[in-house]
Write a new protein. Structure first.
Length: 249
């Protein structure tokens, strides 16, 4: 397996435009590369791994999807990377390949709180303020609380603000509230607030040592997952739900 990792982003390159319509998928890309001299590859797959730009082995070529809009010059370099006879040739090709800027897809737009859930969101917002005073010296920022009807396996989620200006937020699963009740939902809110605290105090957002220590301090379970019983009186019986680890927040 030969892989080409991305190293730098700031290399400039000569763009050679030939006016051909850009390939739209892996097959079209393979077709295009064959026109440019690729012979050793039987299959082509598009990837999204941000670190690996191009890799090949066993007749398969994997290319980051960001290369679909690459210039002819860059596509030729991919061919040379695979087929090149000399090391120097392949090296030069690598430089051209990694210089191609990858445009990552914009993140999916966050959904909004359903109109009927606004009241719950507001109530949780009040609790956010209360918990903030009680456990964080009132130092946490006010963040919007969103009720998600999509979240099924996760109870809650803290999202840090993004460099493009989207604010931080806490999302709480509506089905969690319905299945497990208000007390458990408040527990989840506090869990997410510990992630918020991690974020705002420069800790990594995870379930590591800083999370565990703070979770104990504020009186919640210091774990990524919680196993919860469905609240009594509901038809589903004793259903359990795990909280997902790490990024879920
Ligand atoms: Zn968490």
């Amino acid at each position: 397996m030969t892989r080409l990792f991305r190293r730098r982003r700031d290399l400039s390159q000569l763009e050679l435009g030939f006016g051909a319509a850009p390939p739209r998928d892996a097959d079209e890309l393979l077709e295009r590369l064959r026109q440019l001299g690729l012979t050793r590859i039987k299959r082509c797959r598009l990837t999204r791994n941000r670190n690996v730009m191009v890799s090949f082995g066993a007749g398969e070529l994997r290319v980051h999807e960001g290369y679909l809009d690459a210039s002819e010059n860059v596509l030729r370099a991919i061919v040379t990377f695979v087929e090149g006879r000399t090391r120097a040739e392949r090296r030069a090709a690598q430089r051209v390949i990694v210089a191609h800027p990858i445009r990552t897809r914009p993140p999916a737009r966050r959904d909004r709180t359903h109109e009927e859930d606004l009241e719950i969101a507001e109530k949780l917002g009040d609790w956010h303020g209360r918990y903030n005073n009680r456990h964080f010296h009132g130092r946490l920022k006010r963040v919007p609380i969103r009720i998600s009807r999509r979240m099924k396996s996760r109870l809650g989620h803290y999202t840090a603000s993004t460099p493009v200006g989207e604010s931080a937020e806490i999302a709480i699963s509506r089905s969690h509230l319905r299945k497990h009740g208000w007390e458990e939902t408040l527990h989840t809110l506090l869990h997410e607030m510990v992630h918020q605290w991690q974020d705002e105090t420069g800790h990594t957002i995870d379930h590591g040592a800083s999370f565990r220590a703070k979770a104990r301090e504020v009186g919640i379970a210091p774990y990524a997952r919680r196993v919860l019983a469905t609240r009594p009186g509901r038809a589903e019986g004793s259903q359990t739900l795990g909280r997902r680890a790490a990024r879920d927040g």
